[in-house]
Design a protein around this ligand. Structure first.
Ligand SMILES: Cc1cc2nc3c(=O)[nH]c(=O)nc-3n(C[C@H](O)[C@H](O)[C@H](O)COP(=O)(O)OP(=O)(O)OC[C@H]3O[C@@H](n4cnc5c(N)ncnc54)[C@H](O)[C@@H]3O)c2cc1C
Length: 291
């Protein structure tokens, strides 16, 4: 089936207006941002919203800026702007690394960070990136705003903490010195979703890992937070042996399924090997900051 079911369409002129429409129209209404995930799902009739609220005119949701010791990214910020941002490149090179391997320029010119996170597809690269860097999501509804950690944002496959009558408005990243980050991905062809991907962020002080974030794409029903490996790494001096042990944990703690992209064992192997590589490069970045 290549034609979506019939739907009503409206173009929001303000964030408040979009939220009021979501509240008024109820659960059959959906936000549309870049449309690169939602429209294919509608064409396949996997999603059948009765109302679409288009937020593409909301320039106030498109920005990457520094504020109150955080990098703040508006939900409508496109992939291409994440790729080009000097501020992000300086603090979190993991964004540019991931964006280079997300889809192609056509998708990157249109798709948004908000759409990527709200799609809650376990294969999305940005979900792992945002988890690794310990981003927080700002969710707004008529009752006001709440801020949710990435660990609590994805609550199931294609399900997020964004409730009825709410939308994601902003993603916030901590600006902590001494950090490095990296994204490693294996895909079948350039621009494909990952067979497996690993994002790592490492903070080092005095030669010791003070904090670390590790997350995997495409090897579980939702983004996999490799918390056991994070606990192992925290408080230790970085070493190849430690990275290998963290990779083994990533391999054991993910839960891939066999599909056209590969069998379970291969995906587990990739999760481990990519975690080791991402950690190695993130640590090298953190050590350069420390020097
Ligand atoms: C050919 C192709 C290849 C791709 N390859 C990759 C890849 O390699 N890696 C990767 O990570 N991604 C990939 N993608 C996905 C791409 O990154 C999409 O842009 C992204 O998944 C969705 O962003 P969007 O703005 O298009 O969202 P939309 O399709 O507009 O929306 C997606 C979902 O999010 C909801 N939503 C959107 N914005 C908000 C908001 N502010 N608040 C609440 N809900 C919201 C919508 O209601 C919908 O449910 C690919 C897509 C295509 C078409």
């Amino acid at each position: 089936m290549q034609t979506p079911a019939p739907f009503e369409y409206e173009r929001a002129t303000s964030v408040e207006g979009a939220i009021a429409s979501l509240e008024r129209l109820g659960p059959e209404a959906r936000i549309i941002a870049g449309g690169h995930s939602l429209l294919p799902m509608m064409k396949l009739r996997l999603a059948n919203p009765e109302h679409l609220i288009d937020i593409n005119d909301l320039d106030e949701l498109s920005y990457i800026r520094e504020e109150d010791g955080e990098i703040r990214i508006g939900a409508l910020t496109r992939h291409v702007h994440l790729l080009q941002s000097e501020l992000l490149r300086r603090w979190y090179p993991v964004f540019a690394e991931a964006e280079t391997v997300i889809a192609d320029p056509v998708v990157r010119n249109r798709g948004t960070i908000g759409g990527s996170l709200c799609q809650a597809d376990a294969a999305e690269d940005l979900s792992a990136v945002c988890s690794a860097v310990k981003a927080r999501a700002v969710i707004r509804g008529t009752a006001g705003e709440r801020v949710v950690s990435m660990g609590k944002f994805h609550v199931g496959p294609y399900q997020t903490a964004v409730g009825a009558g709410e939308m994601l408005t902003e993603v916030r990243l901590p600006m902590r010195p001494g950090g490095g980050s990296a994204h490693e991905k294996v895909e079948r062809r350039a621009g494909d979703f990952a067979i497996a991907a690993s994002s790592a962020a490492v903070w080092i002080d005095g030669g010791v890992i003070t904090d670390v974030g590790l997350a995997l794409s495409a090897v579980g029903p939702i983004t996999v937070h490799v918390t056991r490996a994070e606990e192992l790494l925290r408080g230790k001096a970085p070493s190849e042996e430690l990275f290998a042990a963290a990779g083994e944990i990533a391999s054991a703690d993910c839960s891939p399924t066999a599909d056209g992209r590969g069998p379970v064992d291969y995906k587990r192997h990739l999760a481990g090997a990519l975690t080791k590589r991402a950690l190695r490069r993130a640590t090298a970045g953190a050590l350069r900051q420390e020097a």
